[in-house]
Ligand binder design. Structure first.
Ligand code: ADP
Ligand code: MG
Ligand code: ZN
Length: 475
């Protein structure tokens, strides 16, 4: 009996609002513990929440980019549970009337396009953070009341690759839309995965487990793979999968039980009497939709179509929003997208991947970068020196022109120097010269390389080639 995995996701994403969702405290990450709290978000009795309209705008944008229906009528509910990270003892959330219903996102895995359906997206508030230190637990309420959206998918996923591709795609789209910063290391996106196995071809789903709070792509992938393995073992040994909530341990790569269905929560949802429902007008929704910036897929199509950039380079550019934004600004300064794209994907990305440059904080301007590409494209410096100058720009913080000047990297069409250097190279390589003259013209590349290196970019390749050809052929 072959077992087939089925997976559904619940993804939490923090919204990039300045202030929290029901009070005016800062919604920024971090801060001294309990320094960003007020009577509302720390749950003092008698306080009243006021809804942040920016959070509502952001969830509507999230809904549109995931092809959801936006409810014209939406309302808020209390989800009651008692835990020290939640000072009010209820979370304001949305149960029967979320802002977004339905929807889908297409992903590409295994060379196929797959449509992953969204069940709903609702708005809620985040809880605080508990810090456990030798036998005492401390509560930090700075995160209490930061707006969150919860994206619930249909069980349309069948492998870890499906899940990570979807998660990455959503993360990128939310970043481009300016809805969530997608900083996984700061916990601004977390994923719960629900996993079950059933015999291949079966039309009912198996019993599922839910692994909570995964906050890196790698953890998501490992947790899914481990659960598929664990459940397969159970079923093949004739045991049953128990419906339960699991925790993934990063150190061991295994899951363990948090709570079983028996003590599953009854949240006693009821409508929140403090926040009125909202009715959206068509005009309001249209204005929010019109404000959604270009999405990664649209940028990709513009890069490959209008700019003629290769599929691979276009993917690299769009996959990091800050890099794509940098590219956009560089093209504005020097309208020659192809060499700019190549230089970014080959050289700048290398520096980023080596950790020499922080993609979110590139230490030179896109205008300087664009001029550097232009200097090479117009033959003022050599392609090799373009790299040297870039490295200097990272550390020295000077303009490309200042570096070219200081390091004497300008191409000077000094034919005397070129002639002299070519003569020296030919004299030093009599064997290669002889080979060339007896018809082995392949060695031309070798001699060209020698001359290039000796001239250190102070003559253009075209000029060197001309001199070298002349000397080799007409002596
Ligand atoms: P709950 O409210 O108890 O978390 P939901 O019905 O809202 O349950 O489902 C939560 C998530 O679990 C959804 O993403 C859904 O797609 C997924 N899911 C539901 N049943 C299964 C199953 N048998 N196998 C895998 N995923 C499932
Ligand atoms: Mg759930
Ligand atoms: Zn507050």
């Amino acid at each position: 009996m072959k077992l087939y995995p089925t997976i559904g996701l619940e993804i939490h994403a923090e919204l990039m609002t300045e202030s929290k969702v029901f009070c005016t405290c800062s919604a920024k990450f971090g801060g001294e513990p309990n320094s960003r709290c007020c009577p509302v978000c720390s749950g003092l009795p008698g306080t009243l929440p006021v809804l942040n309209s920016k959070a509502v705008e952001y969830i509507i944008k999230a809904g549109y980019i995931m092809n959801c229906d936006i409810s014209r009528f939406t309302k808020w509910d209390r989800k009651n549970y008692f835990y020290p990270d939640l000072p009010k003892a209820y979370q304001i959330s949305q149960m029967p009337r979320p802002v977004c219903l339905g929807g889908y996102v297409d992903i590409n895995t295994d060379g196929e396009t797959k449509r992953m359906r969204i069940n709903r997206i609702h708005l809620e508030e985040d809880a605080g953070k508990l810090v456990h230190e030798n036998r005492i637990s401390l509560a930090d309420y700075n995160r209490c009341g930061i707006p969150l959206i919860e994206i619930v998918t249909e069980p349309d996923f069948h492998s870890a690759a499906d899940v990570t591709a979807f998660f990455e795609k959503i993360r990128l789209m939310l970043q481009y839309a300016g809805v969530c910063d997608g900083r996984l290391e700061q916990g601004s996106m977390r994923c719960d995965v629900n996993i079950s196995l059933a015999p291949e071809g079966s039309d009912t789903l198996g019993t599922r487990t839910e692994v909570k709070n995964l906050n890196s792509l790698r953890a998501i992938q490992r947790a899914v793979e481990y659960e598929i393995y664990r459940q397969t073992e159970l079923i093949e040994n004739g045991e049953r999968v128990i419906q339960e909530t699991l925790h993934f341990n990063d150190a061991t790569g295994e899951t363990s039980s948090l709570r079983s269905k028996e003590d599953a929560h009854d949240y006693r949802y009821f409508p929140d009497p403090d926040i009125p429902p909202i009715i959206f007008t068509e005009e309001e929704l249209a204005a929010i939709k019109a404000d959604i910036p270009e999405m990664p897929q649209q940028r990709y199509e513009r890069y490959t179509g209008e700019y003629g950039i290769s599929d691979a380079d276009a993917s690299v550019l769009i996959n990091t929003k800050s890099v794509s934004d940098f590219f956009e600004a560089a093209v504005k300064a020097y309208n020659n997208p192809k060499p700019i794209a190549t230089f970014i994907t080959v050289e700048l990305m290398r520096r980023i991947n080596l950790g020499e440059v922080d993609a979110d904080n590139i230490p030179f301007s896109p205008e300087d970068f664009a001029r550097l590409v232009e200097l090479a494209e117009t033959g003022k410096i050599s392609k090799d020196n373009r790299k040297t100058i870039l490295r200097e720009m990272i550390t020295a913080g000077e303009s490309p022109e200042a570096i070219a000047e200081r390091e004497q990297l300008w191409i000077k069409e000094d034919s005397e120097l070129t002639e002299k250097t070519v003569d020296e190279i030919l004299a030093a390589n009599p064997k290669a010269v002889e080979q060339y003259r007896s018809g082995e013209t392949k060695v031309f590349g070798f001699l060209m390389g020698q001359c290039n290196r000796a001239l250190k970019g102070s003559a253009s390749p075209a000029a060197i080639k001309q001199v070298l050809e002349k000397k080799l052929n007409n002596i």
